[in-house]
Design a binder for this molecule. Sequence first.
Ligand code: 7PM
Length: 290
Amino acid sequence: MTGTAVVDRATAGTGPSTHPLSRVLRAGRPLVCGILNVTPDSFSDGGLFDSLDRAVRHGCALAAEGADLIDIGGESTRPGARPPTLTEELDRVVPVVEALAGQATVPLSVDTSRPEVMRAAVAAGASMVNDVRALQRPGALAAVAELGVPVCLMHMQRAPETMQEDPRYQDVVAEVRAFLAERVVACLDAGVRPENLVIDPGFGFGKTLEHNVALLASLDAFTRLGFPVMVGLSRKSVVGQLTGRTVGDRLPGSLAAALVAVQRGASVLRVHDVAATRDVLTVLAAVGTA
Ligand code: 7PM
């Protein structure tokens, strides 16, 4: 199916049967993944019920805008953010997954590095795992292999607390690519099916402007690994640095970045602005390039 060297040397197909979402991820049409943050800084005050209600309504709005997937995260990976306890993360994420799985028809992804949260979210109705730590936490590989769901493996240099303190690479494209290839092999060795893998260079996670631009310009180096590539550039500082805009004014730059990413082979766009990103894909599809 992929024909890449990393797949050939691994024990493929030992997990549960093919997940329906893994077919959608490879359908050839780029997908829009809406971002649903359920951290206190994004849905503040009003208590747990209020934040649940707001998160669920925002999730429904993303679905109505035409999201193919909704990524729900309860850990802010903002540089310097205090990581939530396991209980805090479960309390934020699981009720939102449960509520949206009950009313939205869109598949849900859970943005987490904790195997306990992966298991609880999938039990509550999530169809995918998105891990900015690429399943490096103890138990995460085994959890995803057992759950049999698609997983996005993202590259990050160091940890969120320190990642933006002078990030350095000899060759950012080669190093990020080698890391992702290594995590792919680890997944396959753990029994994750190759068709469940998605990779992501992790824009803004331990990268300078120059690193981010080099990764976007060379995105084909990642698509050549043979797995769908997810890209998260929406409203990020790379867009802000290029355009000189603050976070609220980064939509045009984010859309341009999304367009470039799809033209260089990205399969999933992880974005805040679903409707606007859909329009980009509609225009691109009309010309037959997407
Ligand atoms: C503060 C800083 C808050 C950065 C949120 C963020 C990605 C991701 C995130 C990504 C994948 C954001 C990020 N970014 N998962 N999670 N790829 N797979 O801007 O680029 O959403 S969090």
